[in-house]
Ligand binder design. Structure first.
Ligand code: FAD
Length: 474
């Protein structure tokens, strides 16, 4: 088959284990990425990542002989035009689960068909198609445990990953695209360079993803079940989320590599990969999830929107060190440990009574792994309004959580260095520390570190009272 084909990269910025790439091998291929605008354009941190990931993908594709074409705009218009100019009748791409993207893919397919071409979608970002996992009665799942059990069984014979091709044949006379810099994905003055510290933490791109997986398998997997809740632990978790988000590594590669390594920690790790699948399953079947509570009674929840409280939370200045450490880690690195995400999110929606959508939006803008499905599902889970959510009335106490999961204080001391000299006993509750202890550690509350923005007992009581106003809440 020698008709040229277009390979449309979206959330699968890799050459290995790429089914869309496999489908076009042997033909002249025109690889393209389209920076789309739309209601859920990537946030700032994700745009930083995308820039570097596209640079890495562009280099690898050029080495294999078929350079990456960068475009910006509406694929419904751009791709039919590109197909006509290149003589391609097929555009291959990985399937997306986001509602707006699904709609756009259907419309792009229709626009292509009008010109005699078609869009062919492949499973690429997930282990299994979200619409194919069904309960015994043919319904989508809304509870994680039976979903994961069903999926584990379906994945027993998951085929091995596909190797990357050595060479690609380019399409003759491919058009000139945009320069990467012209996509303006990086922070630019007068904006402060909030991404300055990111390169010390991350290596975006397929090589970086593989290197991270290899190190995690060597140093993290065996202890994963015991250490995944310790935010100070090095390699306590994989840190693969931003790589998975843009498909620099496929979940199938991670799945098979972890299984090949085996040992203690394996099952827990595989279950986490299935949480990712579950989030996408939910989004597929409940496209309203990013905006609307999945439990309808929460539509009337009496949030108390307060810009100053939201700002204190965003800046890591709530007076609760574990929350502040998490929010500062997020700002500095574009990532936050999962346990701390849960604590910080719970604090916002319960103790501060701010709508979960405000937290979701902040995470969307600041996380390098911002993912519509995982972010919305997790926020709804924390807020108690999601499918299979933690009950609203179970309210995390940030001090007790910190004493349990950051007992030696390594995490808080790293991200809130102004508290570093406080003894362990007071580190997670400086507002309760005797004046002498504070003075000894060089901390004046309200000057060096904020006083608490809310009293925990009052915040908890207010949250429970708000919850009690919901009809049918239990
Ligand atoms: P590991 O512990 O190494 O887990 C391996 C992989 O499993 C992760 O890379 C991720 O792809 C997947 N995974 C793990 N936990 C979850 C989970 N609870 N839900 C879905 N997938 C999971 N994750 C995102 O990828 N993007 C988000 O935007 C996002 N927003 C979140 C918001 C809140 C409020 C909370 C509580 C969690 C959120 N998560 C999100 C889930 C989780 O925190 C991250 O996936 C995890 O911290 C990533 O770190 P890791 O790669 O080291 O994870």
């Amino acid at each position: 088959m020698s008709a040229p084909a277009i390979l449309w990269f979206r959330q699968d910025l890799r050459l290995a284990d790429n089914p869309a790439l496999l489908a076009v091998q042997g033909r002249p291929v025109l690889p393209v990425f389209v920076l789309e605008d739309g209601p859920r354009a990537p946030g700032g941190a994700a745009r930083w990542w995308l820039h570097h990931s596209l640079a890495a993908l562009g280099r690898t594709l050029a080495e294999r002989g078929a350079p990456l074409l960068l475009l910006r705009g509406d694929p419904r218009r751009l791709l039919p035009d590109l197909a006509a100019r290149s003589g391609a009748t097929e555009i291959h791409a990985g399937r997306r689960t986001e509602p707006a993207a699904r709609q756009r893919d259907a419309e792009t397919h229709a626009a292509l068909q009008a010109g005699g071409a078609r869009l062919v979608l492949h499973r690429s970002a997930l282990l299994h198609e979200p619409h194919q996992v069904r309960t015994g009665t043919g319904k989508p799942y809304s509870v994680y445990t039976p979903f994961s059990r069903a999926l584990f069984a379906l994945l027993e014979d998951l085929p091995p990953p596909i190797p990357a091709p050595d060479r690609l044949t380019p399409v003759a006379g491919a058009p000139e695209g945009e320069r990467l810099d012209a996509l303006a994905l990086l922070p630019r003055p007068p904006e402060p360079d909030w991404a300055a510290a990111f390169p010390a933490h991350w290596q975006p791109g397929e090589d970086g993803a593989q290197a991270r997986l290899a190190t995690f398998l060597d140093r993290g997997l065996a202890g994963y079940a015991d250490r995944r809740n310790d935010p100070a632990a090095e390699w306590g978790t994989s840190g693969l989320s931003p790589h998975l988000r843009l498909g620099e590594i496929s979940p199938r590669q991670a799945w098979h590599a972890a299984r090949a390594k085996g040992g203690k920690g394996l099952e827990t790790f595989l279950k986490e990969l299935l949480w990712r699948e579950f989030s996408h399953h939910l989004l597929w079947h409940r496209p309203e999830m990013p905006e609307q509570p999945l439990r309808p009674e929460f539509a009337t929840f009496p949030w108390r929107e307060d810009a100053a409280l939201l700002r204190a939370w965003q800046r890591g200045r709530t007076g609760y060190p574990i929350v502040d450490a998490g929010m500062r880690q997020l700002w500095r690195t574009g990532w936050m440990h999962n346990r701390v995400r849960m604590i910080a999110a719970s604090f916002l929606v319960k103790h501060l009574l701010q709508p979960w959508q405000a937290g979701e939006a902040w995470f969307w803008d600041t996380l390098v792994d911002a993912d519509l499905a995982a972010n919305a599902a997790s926020w709804q889970w924390v807020a108690g309004c999601g499918a299979d959510a933690a009950p609203y009335f179970r309210i995390f106490n940030p001090v007790l959580q910190a004493e349990k999961f950051d007992a030696s204080g390594g995490y808080v001391r790293r991200w809130c260095p102004e508290l570093a000299r406080l003894p362990d006993r007071w580190l997670h509750k400086p507002h309760e520390a005797p004046e002498m202890v504070l003075r000894g550690a060089g901390v004046v509350l309200g000057r060096d570190y904020p006083k608490p923005v809310v009293d925990l007992a009052e915040g908890r009581a207010r949250a429970l009272a708000a919850f009690a106003t919901l009809k049918g809440a239990a």
